[in-house]
Design a protein around this ligand. Structure first.
Ligand code: CA
Length: 230
């Protein structure tokens, strides 16, 4: 669950923001002044910040700067005055969005969702990269070490055989023509022609199929091409 810090000195607004965000599945913590806000920022653990500009103690400008020195999580600035918003732009504080009061709670929620989704895409990319193992019906492929096992027995594949197997496993049950496979797997370094595809399919079958004349994984779709069946 994403955790949001709202720094707002007007209790009615802070509570309205909290209620709508909680309704949409977010966890919300409220600070009613800048100094308490900063303490919470330093404790960490927040995925997004909503800051009012005019606050007792440290104001929204300085708080935004302090957040930027701690983390990259999205910051939404809220202000009652349009000219204050212009000032924030001018200062280049690194806030991600600006909302003018009064705003509709659903608009706030929509913006929070959009910023969290973008932030998760940016930070989540690495996590997905590390899970580099593909597994389909007894075939296991480790993309980072470029190793392949069939029923726990390692098989040694050439570079292009490996690329082809990964391509098939990542696109299961889709029929590809030889021409498409050639373009996808050989792309720009194309030495040879689409006959190369037939040769590689045959070699790959010998390495992964129990009986390469009756393939269980890489099926031939007569007159069309090949399909990796799951
Ligand atoms: Ca205020």
């Amino acid at each position: 669950m994403s955790k949001i810090l709202v720094v707002e000195d007007e209790a009615a607004i802070a509570e309205l923001e909290r209620d709508y965000l909680e309704l949409n599945g977010y966890e919300v913590v409220i600070a009613d002044n800048g100094n308490d806000g900063l303490k919470l920022v330093k404790e960490g653990g927040f995925d997004l910040f909503i800051l009012d500009l005019m606050l007792p103690g440290m104001d929204g400008f300085d708080l935004c700067r302090a957040i930027r020195s701690e983390c990259d999580a999205p910051v939404l600035m809220v202000s009652a005055k349009k000219d204050e918003i212009d000032k924030i732009h001018g200062l280049g504080l690194g806030a991600d969005d600006y909302i003018t009061k009064p705003f509709s709670p659903s608009e706030l929620v929509a913006r929070v969702k959009a910023h969290l989704a973008r932030y998760e895409r940016l930070t989540g990319g690495n996590v997905r990269e590390t899970s580099s193992v593909l597994e389909v019906r007894g075939i296991r492929v480790d993309k980072s070490s470029r190793k392949v096992w069939v029923n726990d027995e390692e098989r040694i594949l050439t570079g292009k055989e490996f690329d082809m197997l990964v391509f098939f496993m990542e696109n299961p049950n889709v029929v590809f023509t030889k021409d498409e496979l050639f373009r996808k797997i050989w792309s720009m370094d194309s030495v040879g022609d689409i006959a190369t595809v037939t040769v590689h399919i045959q070699k790959l079958r010998e390495k992964i199929e129990l009986d390469s004349s009756k393939p269980q994984y890489i099926e031939t779709i007569w007159g069309v091409g090949y399909r990796f069946t799951v």
